[in-house]
Design a protein around this ligand. Structure first.
Ligand code: ARG
Length: 223
C-alpha cells in the first residue's frame, strides 16, 4: 500500500540521515508499519507537499495518508478518516527578542503557516479580528522556521510537538502558547469509501489496548 505524507513534521514524519542513507521515520511511520504487519501489507512511503495529500487520495495515487492530519469537517467532504490516534494543539513560534506572547499581538505582523494546513485556517481566522495580520503560506515546515529565523516573517503557527523540536534546535527561537487553542485529534485519511478504514481502525484500537501506542508515544514524544 502507498502511504502519502509530508515528511517535514518531526516527530511524526521526517527525513533521518543519521544512518548515512535518507530514510523517512517517525511516529506515523511506526504506526503504519505496525498496521501493515498486522494486516499483511507492505507499506511504501511517498513524500510530497502537505497540500497535495488530500488530492493524492482523491485521485487514488495513495491508499492512505498519515501526516499528523486533523479530521476536519472540510476534509471529511473529500476523504474518509480513521479513529483519532493522537492529540495536539497549536503554538506560536517567534524570535526570543520579539516580545510577542499572544495571538492578538500579531496585529500588523507577517505570520507563516503551512499551505493547506489547519494552522493556515487558524491564521486566516485570526486575521479577521487581528488587524493587519498577514498570512504567508509555505510548503514545508523547515522553510517556515527559516523565515522566522531570518526575520522575513514575524511569527509562525505550528503544532506544539513539532514546534518544540525546532525551538530546541534553534537558539534564537521560542514558543508562545495560544491560550485559546483547542486540542485536536490526528487521524489517518483514506480515499472516500475506502474498504481499509475498518481494518485500520481495528488495529489502532488494538494498539491502544495492548500498550503499543503508548510505547510509540513514549518513543517519539517522550511523555
Ligand atoms: N495538523 C495540521 C493539519 O492537519 C498540520 C499537519 C501538517 N503535517 C505535516 N506532515 N506537515 O492540517
Amino acid at each position: 500500500m502507498t502511504m502519502a505524507t509530508s515528511a517535514d513534521f518531526k516527530p511524526y514524519e521526517f527525513h533521518d540521515l543519521t544512518s548515512g542513507k535518507d530514510e523517512i521515520v517517525g511516529f506515523d511511520v511506526d504506526i503504519a508499519k505496525y498496521i501493515g504487519k498486522e494486516l499483511g501489507y507492505e507499506v511504501q512511503i511517498n513524500d510530497m507537499n502537505f497540500d497535495g495529500l488530500v488530492p493524492a487520495l482523491q485521485t487514488k495515487r495513495a491508499d492512505f495518508v498519515m501526516a499528523g492530519m486533523n479530521p476536519t469537517p472540510d476534509r471529511e467532504k473529500n476523504v474518509d478518516f480513521s479513529v483519532v490516534y493522537h492529540e495536539a494543539r497549536n503554538t506560536i513560534v517567534i524570535k526570543k527578542d520579539s516580545g510577542i506572547t499572544k495571538l492578538d499581538q500579531l496585529a500588523g505582523k507577517k505570520v507563516a503557516v503551512q499551505l493547506g494546513s489547519t494552522q493556515e485556517t487558524t491564521a486566516k481566522d485570526a486575521a479577521k479580528t487581528v488587524q493587519g495580520l498577514q498570512v504567508v503560506s509555505l510548503n514545508k515546515i523547515g522553510e517556515i522556521v527559516e523565515e522566522v529565523k531570518t526575520g522575513r516573517v514575524d511569527a509562525a503557527i505550528i503544532e506544539d510537538h513539532v514546534a518544540k523540536g525546532f525551538v530546541e534546535n534553534n537558539e534564537g527561537l521560542q514558543l508562545a502558547p495560544i491560550e485559546t487553542a483547542e486540542s485536536t485529534g490526528t487521524a489517518i485519511a483514506f480515499p472516500k469509501g475506502s474498504e481499509h478504514v475498518a481494518e485500520f481502525n481495528k488495529v489502532i484500537k488494538k494498539m491502544q489496548e495492548n500498550g503499543e501506542m503508548d510505547k510509540l508515544i513514549q518513543k517519539w514524544f517522550g511523555q
